[in-house]
Write a protein that binds this ligand. Structure first.
Ligand code: NAD
Length: 490
């Protein structure tokens, strides 16, 4: 596919309904991970800029009609944001592919529609949500009001920037809060458009603000320490979650954290192997393995271990690595140089620990224009033990380890032998076993004979170091609102 030269964009902050320059006079560069080419120069918000954004959100919360507007009217505007995302889906998908290095087709067919659906789902859900009433002996009636909390800080990672931000923004807005958003510094492009999409939808100025910058001593930390931000919803690394919790403690921020994972994907001998293989390939290599829900730890019953590995290797060899803008590409690059070094560092760790490389582990052969991209072949290690670092640490790249097990109990023990608990998968044709094992795995989402199927009403979040709190449906409603009890004498 021919390479089209991209224009270098200037990305500004979006505060109180308009794009503004940062007062820091600092710009940082963003590169296309598939070519290394400069694609954007981004204004880095100063502390004063973050303050302006927060105060714009505060004023919009206290003074505009946003918070008090009839829920039906507010949700119609949130829904309209979703419609605009669909109207602009090619542009958004193109930018997301450019910025993240993910296949354009995945962005177009999955992430952008899902982002639009995040807005529409929460608009519908909040609009239709009633409340509880508690009558007392025909003398009193208690009923619950769900009121917005105030100014929300949304801090998001680079792996699924637009989709993950809308997952937070939909319920944040539908419940009547205002927002200051900070996308990851590596992928600012699509999220920078959310302010203008809100404006186009008819949402008052100041309700949606976007600041750009880094974490420590930059926009992220300025948000987490700002007294006028009431709640922080964060998705990212566990170590960052710890820093945010500390920073937010002085101002008692409410937090919701969606963090790292190291999911076990358990394949029992009685599973439909072809289905298990094809989904396990997606679970390991979608978005170049840069997915919190990735099935990065495959546990395979010993009776089928060799057959399964053969099929896995064969399926991995069929993945097409290439230009993210090419619609036939399955596997794009890693996000950038630093992350590439981290992921490839694990190849050395795996070799030292005695894991057997069954497939991949090299830079693939690529056309000229992708020579500077951060590409790694889909990589499979076999004969690993769960004590090895490649089994314990979140690699966040196209690297999967395959651990053998003998019994159901052993599979459960290995699956739970991790500090993470975001999700788990299991493949079996025994329905009783499916329920039994699902109940015993300590993780927030368990997929049985499937992966990545999301119902936005369902709770989403992690056990252990994978998260604090849940989002989705009524769980998001609870996070983004103050529940008030009104007691009336009858
Ligand atoms: P990261 O934690 O490095 O960064 C996430 C965001 O936090 C970025 O916007 C970053 O600028 C900001 N940040 C960093 N330090 C900060 C600080 N001290 N104060 C305030 N903000 C700060 O994560 P990442 O590398 O962008 O994303 C990858 C991680 O995200 C992986 O661990 C992955 O598992 C996790 N993730 C989890 C989910 C989930 O739903 N559980 C989804 C996607 C990604």
């Amino acid at each position: 596919m021919p390479q089209t030269k991209v224009d270098v964009r200037e990305v500004k902050l979006y505060i109180n309904g308009q794009y503004v320059d940062a007062t820091s006079n600092r710009l940082f560069d963003v590169h296309d991970p598939s070519t290394g080419e400069l694609i954007a120069r981004v204004h880095e918000a100063s502390e004063a800029d973050v303050h302006d954004a927060v105060m714009a959100a505060r004023r919009a919360f206290e003074e505009s009609e946003w918070r008090t507007m009839p829920v039906k009217q507010r949700c119609a505007l949130v829904r309209r944001m979703g419609d605009i995302m669909i109207e602009r889906k090619e542009e958004l998908a193109r930018l997301e592919a450019l910025d993240v290095g993910k296949p354009y087709r995945d962005a177009l067919e999955h992430e952008i529609p899902r982002a639009a659906n995040n807005m529409k789902f929460f608009a519908d859900f909040i609009e239709q949500h009633g409340s509880e009433a508690f009558p007392v002996d025909d003398q009193f009636l208690n009923y619950t009001l769900y009121e917005p909390v105030g100014v929300a800080g949304l801090i998001t990672p680079w792996n699924l920037p637009f989709m993950l931000t809308t997952w937070k923004l939909g319920p944040c807005l539908a419940t009547g809060n205002t927002a200051v958003i900070k996308p990851a510094e590596l992928t600012p492009l699509t999220v920078s458009l959310l302010g203008e999409i809100a404006k186009e939808a008819g949402i008052p100025d100041g309700v949606v603000n976007v600041v750009q910058g880094f974490g420590p001593r930059s926009a992220g930390e300025f948000m987490t320490t700002h007294p006028e931000i009431d709640l922080i919803t964060f998705t990212g690394e566990t170590a960052t979650g710890k820093a945010i919790m500390k920073a937010g403690s002085d101002t008692l921020k409410r937090v919701s954290f969606e963090m790292g994972g190291k999911a076990a994907n358990i394949v029992f001998a009685d599973a439909d192997l072809d289905q298990a293989v094809s989904t396990s390939i997606r679970a390991a290599f979608m978005n170049a393995g840069q997915v919190c829900l990735a099935g990065s730890r495959l546990l395979v019953q010993r009776d089928i271990y060799n057959t399964f590995v053969d099929k896995l290797v064969e399926a991995a060899s069929r993945l097409k690595i290439g230009d993210p803008q090419d619609p036939t590409t399955n596997l794009g690059p890693l996000i950038g140089e630093e992350h590439y070094r981290k992921v490839t560092g694990y190849l050395e760790v795996a070799a030292q620990d005695g894991a057997v490389l069954a497939y991949g582990g090299r830079r693939p052969e690529l056309p000229e224009h992708l020579q500077n991209g951060y590409y790694l072949e889909p990589t499979i290690y076999t004969h690993v033990s769960n004590q090895m670092r490649v089994c314990r640490e979140e690699i966040f790249g196209p690297v999967v380890v395959v651990v053998p097990f003998d019994t159901e109990e052993e599979a459960i023990q290995i699956a739970n032998d991790t500090e993470y608990g975001l999700n788990g998968m299991l493949w079996t044709s025994d329905v009783k076993r499916a329920h039994r094992v699902a109940a015993k795995i300590r993780a927030g989402t368990i997929w049985v004979n499937c992966w990545f199927v999301r119902d936005l009403r369902a709770p989403f979040g992690g056990f252990k170091k994978s998260g604090i709190g849940r989002e989705g449906g009524k769980f998001s409603l609870e996070f983004f609102t103050e529940a008030k009890n009104v007691c009336v004498s009858l």
